[in-house]
Design a binder for this molecule. Structure first.
Ligand code: G4F
Length: 330
């Protein structure tokens, strides 16, 4: 039985990937922060339903010793390094911790694998944020990086660390350059979930306002469940290579909001307030990916459309807020 180790197994992608790998017959190990184990109801809500099928290890990305011990103990066949401070806005507020956690964390995991599990295949969660103010659209594996946030910079560093471990130490190490991917398990700080949650709360009378920043920013939004399949496919290839994963279609934040409110029979203009405080010091206006290489070599493609994704998220939040509200009323 193959062993997989997932850092950040309690996040959106980690939870979908764990389910996917369990279905494939893997023994799944995951790393979470100790605080998450102390309060699993709150922190582990995305993986509560599979906790009896996976092995959880408490660990800190900030500690080499911690990563080393877990890699040595598990000796994984595949390692998916997903854990990071992944909220772009916050990376401007605390540049130092974002760079420390994201760069050192990746370095620690790579180094531990090199020392204790050199045959392990390593996946690094790179990001379309690395392209930033890109010179070309759509972006593919050859597009130059021009990151526009400390988060983007940390991912560029992780990308090159991964490349260097591949070239210098012959590790099967690669990066998936994933464009935005969302789901009902997305964190509430990201704009897609912020909108779907607000729509549900407004529809059910729990709230009456949605504050948003830059409505004109365009992103290439896909469904996270599709994207974890791509991660796995990358590690099943004969050679370690980097891949862009995207839908190839970009939509604005305004379009997302309009569609989400529409599904609930509401007019977005009536409830949305533009808040300049939510603008970023340096924004990326458009990101749109060309995943031609993945489509050809991995036979990968998205199964959920933009419209399908927005509907899925709004329906899920309507259901959740309704249940929560009924509970409170009782
Ligand atoms: O949802 P976002 O915060 O995602 P962002 O910054 O594109 O980053 C996400 O995708 C990356 C690529 O895969 C990941 F690497 C990264 O970790 C993260 O998952 O913001 C999307 C856009 C931005 O242009 C932002 O300025 O929405 C704009 N926006 C407008 N109003 C807002 C808001 N973003 C947030 N979070 N909150 C707002 O109120």
């Amino acid at each position: 039985m193959k062993k997989a180790l997932i850092t950040g197994i309690d996040g959106q992608d980690g939870s979908y990937l764990a389910e996917f790998l369990l279905r494939k017959g893997y023994k799944v190990h995951g790393i979470v922060r100790r605080v998450a184990i102390e309060d699993p109801g709150y922190h582990l809500w995305r993986i509560n339903h599979i906790l009896d099928k996976i092995v959880i290890h408490p660990g800190s990305l900030e500690s080499y010793a911690s990563m080393f011990k877990i890699v040595e103990k598990v000796k994984p066949d595949e390692c998916y390094h997903l854990a990071a401070q992944s909220f772009v806005s916050y990376s401007f507020e605390d540049e130092f911790s974002t760079l420390n956690t994201n760069i050192n964390g990746t370095h620690f995991v790579l180094s531990a694998i090199k020392e204790r599990a050199p045959k392990c295949k390593f996946y690094f969660a790179a990001s379309s944020e690395m392209f930033g103010q890109a010179k070309e659209t759509p972006q593919n594996e050859t597009t130059a990086f021009h990151p526009r946030s400390p988060y983007g910079i940390s991912k560029v560093a992780g990308f090159y660390l991964t490349q260097n471990y591949r070239e210098a130490y012959d590790l099967f190490a690669l990066s998936g350059i994933l464009f935005n991917h969302e789901s009902p398990r997305r964190g509430f700080e990201f704009v897609s979930r912020k909108i779907s949650n607000a729509v549900a709360e407004i529809k059910l009378g729990v709230s009456n306002r949605l504050h948003l920043g830059n409505l004109n920013a365009k992103r290439d939004w896909g469904f996270a469940g599709d994207y974890v399949r791509a991660m796995w496919l990358m590690l099943q290839q004969d050679r370690p290579e980097d891949y862009v994963i995207a839908t190839g279609k970009a939509h604005s934040v305004k379009e997302f909001a309009e569609l989400a409110f529409d599904y609930a029979g509401l007019n977005w203009k009536k409830y949305t307030i533009i808040d300049k405080m939510l603008y970023r010091p340096s924004e990326i206006n458009v990101l749109k990916g060309d995943s031609g290489k993945a489509r050809k070599r991995l036979d990968w493609g998205p199964t959920v459309t933009f419209e399908g994704l927005v509907k899925m998220m709004v329906e899920s939040d309507l259901d959740r807020v309704k249940k929560m509200h009924t509970k409170i009323k009782r």
